[in-house]
Design a protein around this ligand. Structure first.
Ligand SMILES: O=P(O)(O)OC[C@H]1O[C@H](O)[C@H](O)[C@@H](O)[C@@H]1O
Length: 535
């Protein structure tokens, strides 16, 4: 019997060259190839997936037991096999009283306690009750962290700027002294709170930046610098070693992956910026998406369908990348956030069991806020030699009602792009345009070729009412679960990240060589580069 992958491949080959627009001969196309959940709409009708392909994809999800794997995650089973850990970021936003036992212990009371501690602290800083060494209210917060201890808060704080009513938040991630220097330069240590965020509290970039920031505080405040510090980590022994007092440390457990951690203490800058009540709305949005993911049938399940479209594009159409295109300037950091979420989770070449994968896994994820991207790389999307499935995000309403003209233009541009990608412009139309411009003969042919758009390029559009804490929570959780669905189908561990280790080890060994120690044993390229960089 043919396996589903073969059947999918055959479906694809048979339909090769069929215009996506022809699929709309089916008047039900939009309804069947879109899904709504709690105000969100995901339209994937502008893809080459037809009814038979969708049925096969749904069968694939069933054969791969996506639902069973999902339930195992929510139950707290140790699905992160290589690190022997549960995966329970969903528990941070569950708001649920039913016991959830991990390692013989109900984790719910601890989650509630930490959330309460975050609220007390954030509330205190925001009201001025927790004051600076000089007795004033903090005006600025600097979050020092990298990867999962940076990208979530950076993305969400920026996304939710209309809700900011707390201290200004700044972020330092890169070990490049330029970033911390540029950040601290514009701040006053006497009114600045520094949060050191690191799950492991060993990450060299964060530890180096933390030391620099602590010295900066100490130079201005002496022994009182401690009252301007807080930490977020799973390694409470290490935070104590840095001299951060325990009531300023917000812990979390190792069953929260770094790139899934903004729902707990790593989200402290978000709570400081928008306040505990709005932070709860962020959690509520994610919780609603969790409930949808757990309860909706596969046919109407947004993360499942989004994941299946991803599988179709990656494994059946063999497109190596996907573009994230938010028509929402406040989501400008979403592509960077999703790069870590998706590529660190699913950029794997071996299965959960340690065998080489038979087919491609996670694609390259990249993107930029629309409309800026239109004036940069969309040329390639429309007329380049690569096919790049595009994922548009756009809201019905904006936070700027007095600037309605802007939002109308934004929406029109978003829809124009998915339409142009799908429909393209035929050679006949292009010839007519060239003729109207006065070109004839060979020149008309060439001018028409420049103006021809092949079309038939797939896209999905995620539409949401307005970018609020609630809808942002829904959107992030949607993408988390989409990554989960794809990883479950590929049979990989989406929750480890061994691929980042080798570079870290080699960097530690190279530091003395950069400082002048012998580089003997290194390859000739590295030796020559050390010499050049030491000059
Ligand atoms: O939070 P930390 O322990 O400092 O880790 C920060 C980041 O660095 C690591 O190298 C991982 O690749 C990321 O998954 C992680 O988010």
């Amino acid at each position: 019997m043919k396996d589903i992958w073969t059947k999918l491949q055959e479906n694809h080959s048979t339909a090769e060259g069929r215009p996506i627009i022809s699929l709309f001969d089916d008047p039900q196309r939009f309804d069947r190839f879109s899904v709504e959940a709690d105000g969100l709409l995901l339209d994937f009708s502008k893809t080459s997936i037809d009814g038979a392909a969708l049925d096969l994809l749904l069968e694939l999800a069933e054969v791969r037991d996506v639902a069973g794997q999902r339930d195992a995650m929510f139950r707290g089973e140790r699905i992160n096999r290589s690190e022997d850990r549960a995966v329970l970021h969903t528990a941070l936003r569950a708001g649920d009283d039913e016991p959830l036992v991990v390692d013989g212990e109900d984790v719910r009371p601890g989650i509630r306690k930490t959330l309460q501690a975050m609220e007390d602290f954030a509330g205190g800083i925001r009201s001025g009750r927790i004051a600076t060494a000089g007795g004033a209210a903090f005006t600025d917060v600097v979050n020092i962290g990298i990867g999962g201890s940076d990208l979530g808060p950076v993305m969400a704080v920026r996304a939710l700027s209309p809700y900011h009513n707390g201290p200004r938040c700044h972020f330092v991630s890169n070990v490049d002294g330029a970033q911390i220097s540029d950040t601290l330069h514009k701040l006053d240590p006497r009114s600045t709170l520094v949060i050191i965020a690191s799950k492991t509290f060993t990450t060299i970039e964060t530890m180096t930046n933390a030391e620099t920031a602590i010295s900066w505080l100490k130079n201005a405040l002496g022994d009182e610098a401690d009252s301007h510090l807080a930490a977020v980590s799973t390694a409470l022994d290490k935070t104590a070693g840095m001299g951060i007092s325990s009531e300023r440390v917000f812990g979390f457990a190792d069953w929260v992956g770094g790139r899934y951690s903004l729902w707990g203490p790593v989200g402290l800058p978000i709570m400081l910026a928008i306040g505990p009540a709005e932070f709860h709305n962020l959690l509520a949005g994610a919780r609603a998406m969790d409930t949808h993911f757990v309860t909706a049938s596969a046919q109407g399940n947004m993360p499942v369908l989004m994941g299946l479209v991803g599988i179709w594009h990656r494994n059946i159409c063999r497109y190596p990348t996907r573009a994230i295109l938010p028509y929402d300037q406040r989501l400008a950091k979403l592509p960077a956030y999703l790069q870590q979420l998706d590529m660190e989770s699913n950029g794997k070449r071996v299965s959960n069991g340690g065998d080489l994968l038979a087919r491609g896994s996670g694609p390259v994820v990249w993107g930029e806020a629309g409309t800026n991207g239109q004036h940069a790389f969309y040329q390639l999307l429309h007329q380049g030699t690569e096919m790049i499935p595009a994922e548009f995000l756009v809201s019905s309403r904006s936070h700027e009602p007095s600037l309605q003209e802007h939002h109308d233009l934004l929406k029109a541009n978003c829809l124009a792009q998915s339409e142009a990608l799908m429909l393209g412009r035929s050679r006949e139309q292009a010839l007519e345009i060239s003729a109207a411009l006065g070109y004839t003969g060979e020149e008309q042919r060439a001018q028409a070729a420049y103006r021809t758009f092949p079309g038939n390029r797939p896209s999905m559009t995620l539409a949401y009412p307005l970018l609020t804490p609630y809808s942002l929570g829904q959107i992030i959780a949607l993408y988390e679960h989409r990554v989960f669905v794809e990883g479950a189908i590929w049979g990989i561990n989406s929750f480890d990240q061994w691929g980042v280790e080798l570079g870290k080890e080699l960097a530690s060994a190279l530091v003395p060589m950069i400082k002048g120690a012998s580089a003997e044993g290194k390859d000739p390229s590295t030796i020559s580069l050390i010499r050049k960089l030491s000059a």
